[in-house]
Design a protein around this ligand. Sequence first.
Ligand code: FAD
Length: 287
Amino acid sequence: MYPAQFDYHTPGTVQEALALLGQHKDDAKLLAGGHSLLPAMKLRLAQPKHLVDLRKISSLTGIKEEGGTLVIGAMATHHAVESSSVVKAKCPMLAEVAAQIGDPMVRNMGTIGGSLAHADPAADYPAAIIALGAEMVAEGPKGKRTIKADDFFKGLLTTALSEDEILTEVRVPAAAGKVGAAYMKFPHPASRFAVVGVAAVLTMDAGKVSKASIGITGAGTKAVRAKGVEAAISGKAADAASIQAAAERAPEGVDVQADLQGSEDYKKHLLKVFAKRAMEAAAASVK
Ligand SMILES: Cc1cc2nc3c(=O)[nH]c(=O)nc-3n(C[C@H](O)[C@H](O)[C@H](O)COP(=O)(O)OP(=O)(O)OC[C@H]3O[C@@H](n4cnc5c(N)ncnc54)[C@H](O)[C@@H]3O)c2cc1C
């Protein structure tokens, strides 16, 4: 099916894009990689009258390190994240997450900003972004603001971004101390979206977990922090028994949804299994 008719805009700067959003308000939609928006437009689930393409805004691309913080432009494609030497050196888990998204075509077109702004409940980045304690930078008519990952995902396809804001970059803080991180997902066999995905970041001190940061995606309507798992593993050795006991708490706080992929009980079971695998892999990767 063809999308409904729209006017197409190609601003060269964030300010120009913001002006277009201000001018066309609810009739305008930002376009990044188009891999979520265009299917929705073809199904007429979205019918923007104005499409504001961000691809000519060079300031939104690029990946760099700034005083230890990993700074990823919103228009960085999944492939750019997956293949970036800076990401691989500073935060290898994020490169691994990007490499598990969809297929090469999706990874060459889809962007980290588009994925986070879209907030698909089965998207991969949100779990990692929460576990890594990242921050999102948004620009709007009132200027720039920073939103913590914990406050960013509000519900099904809903984020803390306003209609008149553009997500410009993702900032991932440097890991401090002896840290291990891993992302494990149960991929949908056709799309590779996460039926369940768990990202774990474990900080170790004197053989014990001094800090645990666990993000969950896929099972509910939005990505969440697994506070029960974090509390259960903190202060313990990252051994098989402690990890197993902590993983049992993975469904806590997740509004698990039964759907074509599985029942509520099945999804809860997957959450426990993948929380265990993510923590095991994170513990094994501690440096
Ligand atoms: C076949 C297929 C398989 C896929 N498999 C996976 C998978 O395994 N895992 C996964 O996580 N994802 C998967 N995806 C989704 C993919 O990652 C998309 O790229 C992503 O969801 C959206 O990114 P985009 O750049 O294409 O955004 P677009 O589709 O262009 O935009 C999505 C939404 O975000 C808004 N938006 C975009 N950029 C910004 C911005 N900078 N600021 C504010 N709002 C913005 C748009 O207005 C739109 O509402 C798959 C998609 C397809 C088609």
